[in-house]
Design a protein. Structure first.
Length: 490
């Protein structure tokens, strides 16, 4: 019995030792997995390998020599408001008499003063061409460029484009300058690491890192908004500086921030800058394409009324007589769905496409007309500042009718400066009605109802009364020189 008890104790001790050893080994493995060195690939649950950069130091050291600081000076002339009374601004005489009283006797005394600002840029060629933002150098009397080695050069403007906020400047030096390699902004993806280098608040060669937060952002900065959004820190002074990918190639030009926001910055895609580089170099300005159309977004009600499958594309509300689209046979009411085989998502998408073409380019434009696809060949002309390529007209159509119309008599036509009997005149729009919600206004002219031309109230009422499959009415509205469609629900 004593031997049997001894064997049992030995077995229990052995089992306890085994269990203790097992737990110690397991605990060590857990500790190891808790301290993964930076740069180690970590397999996720769906077997996607994620690799975090160990350091940005090598990248920053490689690209910083091509990044420059830009300081500008411009003369600002102040007029009204610069005058100060001889008794001081807070004197009782100033409160009672004001600037106007003393200006009669002493005259206006405008002053001039120097306004200085800071920005960034990057060298794109060894002979001194530099990309920056237009707003950094606009109206400057003097532009001073400071290189990473401390040397300073005065620069001159080669070309600039206010619509994209891109400028090309140049410095002259006998030395070959370090160059930033231009990358392909189309290839970057949301979530990719990026590095911004610039001169925020005058702090030279500041390096910040983050990821691409979004692409194709429209922030209302201009007609060709197509920004890369990033959470890499961007501050005043970063404007015009480069946004690098992890290969050390420039994928964007840092341009804008959200006021009072954190981790929200915007950069112009490099492909947009490369597309206008040759124009800036050769002509100092950018030549853009023109089709001669006014377009609007397709709303849900417009899509239903026109029997469209979805809201993609851009609805042509006006074709300008004698311009490229008119010559090709495109009509108001057509919906542009593709250009050169590339899908058109909306009016902004179409605007960017048309602007990218050069004068005399022949492009293939696919449209939907009465539910059928049609293809047209359009020869692009030059867009001038007096022309508009697209005019967005997206509206919400959720309320009820509420408009009053009248015939356009010869007297009314003369008053409005239009031809008589071109449509019917809107004389009143009831507040909170559906017509009010879609943006209709008194003095709008209704040209068509469900694509049928109307020239009198009688014709208008006849077309309005007709039944439609979707119980909607499609109106073509003329306002000033522009036209646009609205859809109203019966």
């Amino acid at each position: 019995m004593a031997k049997e008890g001894s064997s049992r104790r030995t077995f229990i001790m052995f089992l306890l030792a085994f269990l203790i050893a097992f737990f110690i080994v397991s605990f060590v493995e857990v500790l190891k997995s808790s301290f993964v060195p930076s740069g180690t690939e970590i397999p996720s649950a769906n077997a996607v390998s994620v690799k975090a950069p160990g350091s940005f130091a090598d990248l920053a050291e490689k690209v910083k020599p091509a990044v420059v600081n830009i300081s500008t000076t411009k003369t600002v002339r102040s007029g009204r408001g610069a005058f100060r009374t001889p008794f001081g601004q807070d004197d009782l005489s100033d409160r009672y008499f004001g600037d106007d009283f003393f200006r009669r006797f002493f005259g206006d005394t405008p002053r001039t003063f120097k306004q200085r600002s800071l920005g960034s840029g990057f060298i794109i060629s060894s002979d001194g061409y530099i990309f920056t933002n237009n707003h950094v150098i606009e109206q400057s009397d003097k532009i001073l460029v400071k290189l990473s080695d401390g040397r300073e050069f005065e620069a001159r403007v080669i070309g600039r484009d206010a619509k994209t906020d891109i400028a090309l400047i140049r410095i002259k030096t006998s030395d070959s300058l370090p160059v930033a390699e231009l990358g392909d902004s189309e290839k970057i993806r949301v979530g990719d690491w990026v590095v911004a280098i610039g001169n925020p608040f005058g702090l030279d060669a500041t390096v910040t890192a983050g990821i691409v937060s979004a692409k194709g952002r429209v922030i209302g900065a201009g007609p060709y908004d197509n920004f890369i959004q990033t959470d890499a820190s961007i501050n005043p002074g970063n404007s015009g500086g480069p946004l690098f990918n992890m290969e050390g190639k420039v994928v964007g030009i840092n341009t804008a921030i959200v006021a009072h926001g954190q981790g929200i910055g915007f950069a112009i895609p490099m492909e947009m800058a490369k597309a206008i580089l040759s124009d800036l170099k050769a002509k100092g300005k950018v030549t853009r394409g023109w089709m001669g159309i006014s377009v609007q977004d397709v709303t849900e009600d417009l899509a239903k009324s026109m029997k469209l499958k979805d809201r993609s594309g851009a609805l042509i509300s006006e074709v300008f007589r004698g311009d490229p689209a008119d010559k090709a046979g495109i009509q108001a009411g057509d919906v542009v769905t593709e250009i050169n085989g590339k899908k058109v998502k909306d009016t902004h998408d179409l605007l960017l496409m048309i602007a990218s073409f050069r004068v005399n380019d022949r492009i293939s434009v696919k449209v939907l007309r009465e539910g059928a696809e049609r293809m047209f060949q359009v020869v692009v002309e030059e867009r001038t500042d007096s022309k508009e390529v697209a005019r967005a007209g997206s509206r919400d159509d959720r309320q009820n009718f509420g408009i009053t119309v009248q015939d356009i008599t010869p007297q009314v036509a003369r008053y409005l400066g239009v031809a008589p009997r071109i449509g019917v005149l809107v004389t009143d729009v009831r507040e909170a009605s559906q017509a009010d919600e879609v943006g209709m206004q008194p003095q709008d002219i209704i040209l068509q109802v469900n694509k049928v031309r109307v020239t009198s109230v009688k014709e208008y009422q006849r077309e309005i009364a007709k039944k439609s499959e979707k119980n909607t009415v499609l109106l073509l509205i003329k306002r000033g020189r522009s036209t646009f469609y609205v859809a109203l629900r019966k």
